[in-house]
Design a protein around this ligand. Structure first.
Ligand code: SF4
Length: 177
């Protein structure tokens, strides 16, 4: 559970990038992950102590950056966003307050969809605030660098509102490969 592990630390913040989802995005990398996948792309951010504390100043900066008309949305990465729900829920709620659904919210997670649905209320609350979830651990034997926005072929790009409505996983309709 996030409350047992998270220190509310941020590994990095990358505004105006083109790689963490569709369009121009502001990405926040939270600190701490327990999955320890061999070949993890961001091993330093597995440490819950890595980086610096999330602050109101950083949140205000993210909102300011996102208010640029060319920014499509916010992306949560890590580390594990679902083990840092205190920070991620607060930020996602602020984004919805400021922009409604004019901006989208993507998140990566090491949990797969079914695991998240059986998890704690905080994880379900964060899930309910997302548009897109890229799910599942990075599996080195399924590594494929040609995949769109994923590192291994077990991972899926999921349309969250449609999946919650349908009761089953609905894949992002813009998936190319
Ligand atoms: S889930 Fe992601 S951040 Fe966590 S160990 Fe695996 S690859 Fe690294």
């Amino acid at each position: 559970m996030a409350k047992d592990h998270s220190l509310g630390y941020i590994a990095s913040y990358k505004p105006f990038n083109f790689v963490d989802g569709e369009g121009v995005r502001c990405s926040i990398y939270v600190s701490g992950c327990l999955f320890n996948c061999p070949g993890c792309y961001n091993k330093v951010a597995q440490n819950f102590h890595y980086g610096h504390p999330y602050t109101q100043e950083l949140e205000d900066q993210i909102i300011k950056d996102m208010s640029e008309s060319y920014v499509q949305g916010l992306t949560l990465l890590g580390g594990e966003p679902f083990l840092n729900t205190q920070v991620c829920i607060k930020l996602c709620k602020r984004v919805r307050e400021e922009f409604g659904h004019d901006k989208d919210i993507w998140s990566w997670t090491g949990y797969n969809w079914d695991e998240l649905l059986q998890e704690s209320d905080d994880k379900l609350e964060l899930l309910s605030l997302l548009d897109i979830l890229v799910d599942g651990r990075f599996l080195i034997d399924k590594k494929d660098l040609t995949l769109q926005f994923r590192g291994s072929s077990n991972q899926r790009i999921i349309n969250v509102p449609e999946s919650l409505k349908n009761g089953d996983v609905v894949i992002w309709d813009k998936l190319v490969h």
